[in-house]
Design a protein around this ligand. Structure first.
Ligand code: SAM
Length: 247
């Protein structure tokens, strides 16, 4: 998969993508990543990428021409990328969107700065995506965040695909709690079920914990969940547990 980011701060990506899962995916050529400097597509001496807004008002606006030229240069290379503008006004980015985008051959992110980008760039944008209902100073951190989430779904990026499948939201539930050694720490014990060696008991225990967490923390997600047989068994066990506690 090819991922390009159009930014005026390409070096921001050097550190973040030099570590962990992403850096290994780049090294192993599963992901082809480039941070492209929008300034390379300017034509003036000062490499200007912003200007004052028509109509007045505060702040600067990113100029359309360098961004349009940068996008055009990507199409000239062969495959036309799916162009995403990181924007607080976009549709909410989530796990389903990450999985959907991971199936594409080539995607490109445009990172805005200042008041945003000249509206005419929207003619080459396929989708605007927001990482939350808050405003950041630039699209670089949102792009990094989306790239991390998308690449986890690209086969081969995460060594064990099962861990992706078990993550929060994949099954529309939050992930269960995790423990590792030691078995006891300052009087805090690992739940007996996880030490039982009984796989069915472990599966039910984990599902109960996922259901409980989702109910408590994200009732909106819980209400949309499609309950399977393991969920039903887990809910039954949970009701029994609650009844026992009440008695
Ligand atoms: N004036 C814009 C508005 O109110 O919608 C905000 C511009 S913001 C200061 C500068 C850039 O940061 C945006 O062009 C966008 O690329 C990025 N950005 C800020 N918040 C974001 C968010 N929640 N999701 C995605 N991108 C965001």
């Amino acid at each position: 998969m090819r991922i390009d980011v159009l930014t005026i701060f390409p070096r921001l990506f050097e550190t973040v993508f030099s570590w962990g899962v992403i850096s290994r995916a780049i090294e192993r050529e599963i992901i082809f990543f480039r941070a492209i400097d929008i300034r390379d597509f300017t034509e003036d001496r000062h490499r200007t990428t912003d200007d004052y807004p028509f109509g007045g008002g505060s702040g600067l606006v990113m100029k359309a021409e360098p961004i349009l030229k940068a996008v055009e240069s990507l199409s000239d290379e062969g495959t036309k990328p799916y162009v995403i503008y990181a924007s607080p006004q976009g549709k909410a980015f989530d796990n389903n969107k990450a999985q959907e985008l991971s199936r594409l051959e080539s995607i490109a992110f445009i990172c805005g700065r200042y008041e945003g980008i000249d509206e005419r760039v929207m003619n080459v944008v396929d989708e605007e995506l927001s990482v939350g209902d808050f405003v950041l100073s630039g699209g670089e951190v949102p792009a990094m965040l989306m790239i991390e989430a998308i690449s986890r779904f690209v086969p081969g990026v995460v060594g064990d695909m099962e861990s992706v499948i078990n993550d929060s939201f994949f099954s529309e539930l939050l992930d269960h709690p995790h423990y590792t050694r030691p078995r006891e720490l300052n009087g805090m014990k690992v739940p007996d079920e996880l030490l039982s060696g009984n796989h069915e008991m472990i599966e039910i225990y984990r599902r109960i914990e996922s259901l409980k967490r989702t109910m408590e923390r994200r009732p909106d997600v819980f209400l949309k969940h499609d309950f399977d047989l393991t969920d039903k068994k887990a809910l039954l066990a949970l009701f029994k547990e609650l009844k026992r506690d009440a008695e």
